[in-house]
Design a protein around this ligand. Structure first.
Ligand SMILES: N[C@@H](CCC(=O)N[C@@H](CS)C(=O)NCC(=O)O)C(=O)O
Length: 211
């Protein structure tokens, strides 16, 4: 299988971490795929994701899956099912909800990056950017207040929400170190420090792609 990815993307990292946790990483070839709003990449729109977003997973039969949550569920099923996402019961709904929250933090953080890095300065919308930061902050505050949602970072297997949250925090460190999220969320900070020692996280720390 081929994973269209970039080493700085928190969504692509989530899939890569899930593959490592599930023992499937050796079945996946990583294909560096540059994407950004406004960047023409018609080959990828045709052969990967029509929305031109990463990650996408090309399976061995040629069919392609996106987005990151769908790919993670697929990998879980391929690894036997019920390992990063229970097949049923209340736990499933809570993990899916917390996954949505962590993913929403990533969405907001990536959008702020596009707004402040890609958009020409004269068109930037400061109150919109502040609002995205406020969403990120309320998401982090919800996790800080709910240690159960974070779960044990040393558990034998992580769940989908924990993986997504770790990738969101890693992206905040990577792009917005100066905002020091750790100062406001000490429980999350301790949790992330422990999570970061897992091989799946240590091997996938975000970096800028080669130029
Ligand atoms: N909901 C998607 C979000 C993926 C996403 O936004 N990826 C970013 C990179 S981190 C992207 O491809 N951006 C390109 C664009 O928005 O044109 C998922 O979970 O896979």
């Amino acid at each position: 299988m081929k994973l269209f990815y970039a080493p700085q993307s928190p969504f692509a990292r989530k899939v890569h971490v899930a593959a490592l946790e599930l023992g499937l990483a050796d079945d996946i070839e990583l294909v560096l795929t540059p994407v950004a709003p406004g960047m023409a990449n018609e080959d990828y729109a045709r052969d990967g994701n029509p929305l031109r977003k990463i990650p996408a997973l090309a399976r061995n039969d040629g069919s392609v899956l996106y987005d990151s949550g769908v790919i993670c569920e697929y990998l879980d099923a391929r690894a036997g099912g019920g390992r990063i996402l229970p097949g049923g019961g209340e736990a499933r709904w809570l993990i899916l909800r917390d996954h949505a929250l962590a993913n929403g933090i990533c969405d907001a953080a990536v959008l702020v990056r596009y707004e402040t890095w890609l958009r020409p300065e004269e068109f930037r919308w400061e109150s919109w950017t502040r609002d995205q930061w406020s969403k990120i902050d309320s998401g982090l505050a919800a996790f800080e207040a709910d240690p159960e949602a974070c779960g044990d970072p040393k558990a034998e297997m992580l769940n989908l929400a924990q993986i997504a949250l770790g990738c969101a925090l890693g992206y905040l460190d990577f792009r917005y170190d100066e905002r020091n999220w750790r100062g406001s969320y000490p429980k999350l900070s301790a949790w992330f420090e422990s999570l970061s020692k897992r091989p799946s996280f240590a091997q996938t720390v975000p970096v800028n792609p080669p130029q």
